[in-house]
Every structure is written in structure tokens, then in C-alpha cells.
Design a protein around this ligand. Structure first.
Ligand code: SAM
Ligand code: SF4
Length: 326
């Protein structure tokens, strides 16, 4: 379907939990957060029902996210069910990778198309200082096992943070040299804990990469569902991408909506606007009514983010990123 600004909306990010087995400094407080009560989290059957309705309005691509999606039991079951819905042709996952090694076989069997693994440093100590509790070796084992499945697209997400993982930008880039992995450097967004931390600009990252690996050449094809701008490097198998919602905003071509784990349909990362679908489906509204409400909510998607404005407006998102899904 198209929204009020004539953008084609065909992609939804679905968060299946607000819980996580890591505590990344820009995303989750050290002591965690009060988790949403289990009874308020959408069941798999409710998520599948909503996906059937999303497909009817033209959504064809679904990303499963969290919190950490792999901490929810039997995620492969959900993926298999979503993948079998007519009209849904691409189901992908964003994960911190800690549980990937043990789950990738069943995820692949379920029909998963691609995996994005978030990894902000390859250095054991730096990785632990960012995630507070994570073991980067586990993540690497998960990535290497996933790469054995040649049809699965593997990408690495890295959020560069000033003074924390600057030194790691080259090592992360190198992951694309001899392996079929594309890297995406994600600009830190001023959401939740990200408001208090300083990221590194796209231009600076490009400079660091070019000084060491040569010219980044624009790669015009898209890889996956998202807004990333990709570049090639000579003698690199994978591409290098940038998702810079603050310094190079891409709102005019945004194609996405989000569903939080408690069933809130969110139309822009920065705003609290949207519609609680959980109460609607539990109050017994029929399919036509639900579809109309979904369409109306998505149609009214905000025009653009206001990340560069210093003010914190009343309708800005107050939840932290792990509650939204990134
Ligand atoms: N736990 C999974 C993971 O880490 O991939 C999925 C959820 S996580 C919220 C999704 C993505 O959001 C991760 O790549 C993470 O690095 C990114 N993220 C979290 N907070 C962010 C922020 N303030 N700005 C930019 N990206 C952020
Ligand atoms: Fe957890 Fe992902 Fe947030 Fe890190 S970025 S705390 S892994 S939800």
C-alpha cells in the first residue's frame, strides 16, 4: 500500500520480545528494564494472524527482531508459519548472534531468508565492554556456521561509538574481505540511551575505510529490504553499507512500519504515534475492521524524522530501542 506521501510500504519489522541476553550500552540499561508481562506480549498465533492481514494490504517482507528474538522459544515455528503466508516472500532476522550457533539449523529449515548479526567489535574486551556480558567468540561461531548455508544472506550491523569502538571499524570492515558478508555501519540514533552517547559520522567512517582499503565505489543495487547505501571495495567479496538516519536521512524512501512485542503498530521510529493492535484483536474486532485500522494507521505515517532538532517533543518516542526493535 501507499502512505499519504505516496511511499510504498511493503516491509514490517516485528519485535517478538522486549527481553535480551545482552545489555548494549546504547540500547539497554545495565540492570535491564521492567519486562512486559507475558500476558501482554502477542502470542505467535496473534502475530501470524496480523501477518496474514499485513500481507493482504501489500506487505511482502518481514523482519523478526527484539529485544533479542532468539531468546523467545521456538522462533523457527513462527518463521515457518509466516513464510507460508501467501504474499509474504521474504522473512529475515536481526539478532545479536549469541544463540545463533545452536539455532541456525532449525531457522534455515523454517525458511529464513537472511540473517543480520549485530556485532560492534571483534575484540573480546571491547565487545564485552559494549554489550556488558557478551562473548564475541560465540557470535563468530554463529556467523561462521550460518555462512555454510550458501543461500542465506548474511549481514553484519555495527554501531560505531566515539571513543569506544573506533579502533574496530577496520576489523569489522575486513569481515567483508574474504567472506560473503555485507557490513552495515548504523549511525547511532538519539533514541533511548542513544541520546546520551556520541556516534561516529558516516563521512568519518568512510574516510577511515578509504585510507586503509582504497576507494569506496557506489554499488547501485539494493541488498535486502532496508535503506542502506552500499559501496564496493576492490578485492572485497561483501559490500560496505551505511544507514545514517541522522546525517543522511532517507525518510522520503522509507518503506517500513514496526510492530512491537506488545502489539503496537508504529509508523516511524522517532514518534510514539501508531495504533495498539493487541487490544483490537483481543476485543474481537473482525478481519475487515482490523485491516481498515492497519491501513489507516500506515497511511498516516509521519513525513520524516526530526533527529537533528535539539528539542524533545511530546509525541517523540520515549521507549528504549530494545522495546521497539531497532
Ligand atoms: N537484539 C538484536 C540485535 O542486537 O540485533 C535485535 C534488536 S536491536 C534493538 C536491533 C538493532 O538496533 C541492532 O543492530 C542495534 O545495534 C541497533 N540499535 C540499538 N540502539 C540503537 C541506537 N540508539 N541507534 C542506532 N542503532 C541502534
Ligand atoms: Fe539487546 Fe540488541 Fe539492544 Fe544489544 S542492541 S541490548 S543485543 S536488543
Amino acid at each position: 500500500m501507499f502512505d499519504i506521501y505516496n511511499r510504498k510500504i511493503d516491509y514490517i519489522r516485528i519485535s517478538v520480545t522486549d527481553r535480551c541476553n545482552l545489555r548494549c550500552i546504547y540500547c539497554m540499561p545495565e540492570k535491564g528494564i521492567q519486562s512486559i508481562d507475558h500476558k501482554d506480549i502477542l502470542s505467535y498465533e496473534e502475530i501470524i494472524y496480523l501477518c496474514e492481514n499485513f500481507a493482504k494490504i501489500g506487505i511482502s517482507k518481514i523482519k523478526i527482531t527484539g529485544g533479542e528474538p532468539l531468546v523467545r522459544d521456538n522462533l523457527a515455528y513462527l518463521i515457518k508459519k509466516i513464510k507460508s503466508i501467501q504474499g509474504i516472500n521474504n522473512v529475515t532476522l536481526t539478532t545479536n548472534g549469541i544463540l545463533l550457533e545452536e539455532q541456525i539449523d532449525s531457522l534455515v529449515k523454517s525458511g529464513l531468508d537472511a540473517v543480520n548479526v549485530s556485532i560492534d567489535s571483534l575484540d573480546e574486551i571491547a565487545y564485552k565492554s559494549i554489550t556488558r556480558i557478551g562473548d564475541v567468540n560465540k557470535v563468530m561461531r554463529g556467523i561462521n556456521k550460518t555462512l555454510k548455508y550458501k543461500h542465506i544472506v548474511v549481514k553484519v550491523n555495527c554501531v560505531p561509538i566515539a571513543g569506544v569502538n573506533d579502533e574496530q571499524i577496520l576489523d569489522i570492515t575486513k569481515m567483508a574481505q574474504n567472506k560473503n558478508i555485507s557490513i552495515r555501519f548504523i549511525e547511532l540514533m538519539p533514541i533511548g540511551l542513544g541520546k546520551k552517547i556520541k556516534g561516529i559520522s558516516e563521512d568519518r567512517i568512510k574516510m577511515i575505510i578509504e585510507e586503509n582499503f582504497g576507494k569506496l565505489t557506489v554499488f547501485n543495487k539494493s541488498i535486502g529490504n532496508g535503506p542502506s547505501n552500499y559501496y564496493s571495495l576492490d578485492n572485497f567479496q561483501g559490500k560496505i553499507g551505511f544507514i545514517s538516519a541522522v546525517s543522511h536521512k532517507f525518510c522520503e524512501k522509507c518503506n517500513r512500519a514496526r510492530l512491537t512485542s506488545n502489539g503496537f503498530l508504529k509508523t516511524c521510529l522517532q514518534y510514539s504515534e501508531g495504533q495498539n493492535l493487541n487490544t483490537l484483536i483481543r476485543s474481537g474486532k473482525n478481519d475487515e475492521e482490523i485491516i481498515e485500522i492497519i491501513k489507516k494507521t500506515i497511511y498516516n505515517k509521519p513525513r520524516e524524522n526530526r533527529f537533528l532538532e535539539a528539542e524533545d517533543y511530546e509525541n517523540f518516542e520515549q521507549n528504549i530501542m530494545s522495546q521497539i526493535g531497532g
